[in-house]
Ligand binder design. Structure first.
Ligand code: N0T
Length: 522
């Protein structure tokens, strides 16, 4: 008692995820918020390590930083809690006007309990590990361990209670219980404890969700039974942790996914079995009603892979949030692909100057030069982030990134206009086949503000808004093109674009340019 009251009496409303007409918004301070994220490296969750975090954050310019909080650092001794790091982090984030998403590294940190305290990860009796079909014990905790759930939940509750007490400002806007949960090396737990659950009937909530008749796991799901069973039990476990945490302080909560390949997934266990991969999203939805969203961690530089993952995680029942993505040069432009899929946010991984590199997932050397193209994204979008988040919630954002070999993209905006994006052409008059950029760095966004009125930005791309009806297109013109920015939600005019700057489309370079455009016909 006491904690929920503390949360309720804070001046700012508690962040929440809302859904309307199958579209979503994360409300922060009561308004749709776009997460311009950056996630630090795994071991940057210590006060000293933060010294190497903030300089990189300053270069990239996110509004939200994702930082681990390890079970081992808050409960090194069972029952004794220490939130020194959390307090340090909150204070330093507030000084920089940044929001936080905390990552609860506990029972699962990419399959293993490495971030669990020694009293957990060294006690196989009390906290059992997964047993493979051929009887080997592997280094992934079983979701069937009652004591494990109880211990993790207890610690997480303390974390959330602490946040409720110390964060009336809502510096923390979301929490991620666990990290890339699932098991590598076995499709599920085959211990006697798990086997008893596997031989029991499939829970009604799952049958209802999937429209399946009752039966045992194997009867109902055939070849998928082992994986669905493991996913169900991991999701139930995490949901119980989240539910207890939300009872203290109801922040939005997410679970992130170590993806399987969208086209050639391979076998569960080769990828993290039981995690929220694209084939078990419905299992998670049924099992984990206290989880607001399932978020992909995208380390697939190829365009069709990346955008297919965005498609699969952007659903009427799942707000899209790219919880992690690589920090190498292929990835910055995909921020715009995510926005084009109504994402509530996007966050490159490994953003600090600890000089650790997760190459080949990320850049080989993460210096200022490597971060520049990420910084460009946030320079372009930051002033308009609230405007874009609101427009997205209303279904009014179109955005895209360059696909190699496809130098022209056409996206319908509304019944009247198309957005036409061309890559690799000069900013002036040009005739012929557009070549595309030497490297696929182009990106563009159009947000509808009102009838025939749009916010436009982008980089390394020519953007045209073309009437869908050729008769209208023949008479279309700009009423005006204004370059400017938003300050405290108000448009601040800088100059008009006209002449060369508008006669050949709206040509974006690496300059920070935000346009308000009004279309008309003469
Ligand atoms: C991510 C990150 C961090 C050869 C990897 C991605 C983060 C975790 N895991 O740097 O560990 O905490 O969520 C796993 C992708 C594996 C692909 C391996 C391909």
């Amino acid at each position: 008692p006491g904690a929920p009251e503390a949360a309720a009496s804070g001046s700012a409303p508690v962040p929440e995820v809302v859904t309307r007409d199958g579209r979503h918004a994360l409300l922060v301070d009561g308004e749709p918020f776009l997460i311009l994220g950056a996630q630090v490296n795994n071991s940057s969750n210590w006060p000293h390590a933060l010294e190497d975090v903030w300089p990189a954050i300053e270069v990239v310019g996110p509004n939200t930083v994702m930082v681990p909080v390890a079970w081992e650092q808050v409960e090194a001794v069972e029952g004794t809690f220490d939130f020194t790091f959390v307090d340090t982090l909150l204070a330093q984030a507030r000084e920089r006007d940044l929001r936080l998403i905390l990552l609860w590294f506990a029972t699962w940190k990419n399959n293993a309990p490495h971030y669990a305290p020694a009293w957990v990860k060294l006690d196989n009796e009390r906290f059992p590990r997964v047993v493979t079909a051929d009887g080997r014990t592997i280094n992934s905790l079983s979701p069937h361990g009652e004591a494990t759930l109880e211990a993790d939940r207890k610690a997480f509750v303390r974390l959330m209670r602490h946040l409720a007490e110390v964060d009336p400002q809502r510096t923390v806007i979301m929490v991620q219980p666990q990290n890339e949960p699932g098991t590598y090396g076995s499709v599920r737990d085959f211990s006697p404890l798990a086997q008893r659950a596997f031989d029991a009937p499939v829970p009604a909530a799952l049958l209802d969700r999937l429209g399946k008749p009752p039966g045992h796991w194997r009867e109902v799901f055939g070849a998928d039974a082992d994986e669905f069973f493991h996913a169900w039990h991991i999701a139930r476990y995490i949901d119980q942790v989240a539910e207890a945490g939300k009872a203290e302080y109801p922040l939005p909560m997410l679970v992130n996914a170590a993806l399987r390949g969208p086209f050639n997934p391979g076998q569960p266990g080769q990828y993290a079995s039981g995690g929220p991969t694209d084939n078990v999203l419905d299992v998670y939805k049924a099992a984990a009603p206290h989880i607001d969203l399932l978020a992909p961690d995208i380390y697939m530089p190829e365009y069709l892979h990346y955008t297919t993952v965005l498609d699969r995680y952007s659903r009427a029942d799942n707000p899209l949030f790219v919880a992690e993505t690589g920090n190498r040069a292929e990835y910055p432009r995909y921020f715009f692909s995510a926005l084009g899929h109504q994402a509530i946010g996007w966050s490159p991984f490994g953003i600090d100057f600890s000089r650790y590199s997760n190459w080949p997932l990320g850049a080989k050397h993460l210096d200022e030069a490597a971060l520049e193209d990420f910084a460009l994204n946030y320079r372009l979008v930051s002033p308009a982030a609230r405007v874009i988040a609101r427009a997205s919630f209303e279904g009014n954002v179109r955005a895209t990134a360059e696909q190699p070999g496809e130098p022209v993209q056409v996206l319908p905006i509304d019944e009247r206009w198309n957005m036409v994006v061309t890559y690799g052409v000069p900013q002036f008059w040009f005739q012929g086949e557009p070549p595309g950029n030497p490297e696929p760095t182009g990106r563009a966004l159009v947000a509808r503000l009102g009838p025939d009125e749009y916010l436009v930005t982008g980089a390394h791309a020519r953007v045209e808004i073309v009437a869908r009806d050729p008769a209208v297109a023949a008479r279309q013109m700009f009423e005006y093109v204004e370059e400017g920015t938003y300050v405290d939600g108000e448009w601040v005019f800088r100059r008009r674009w006209n002449g060369d700057q508008t006669d050949y489309g709206l040509n974006f370079s690496s300059a920070t340019q935000l346009l308000r455009v009004k279309l008309a016909t003469w």
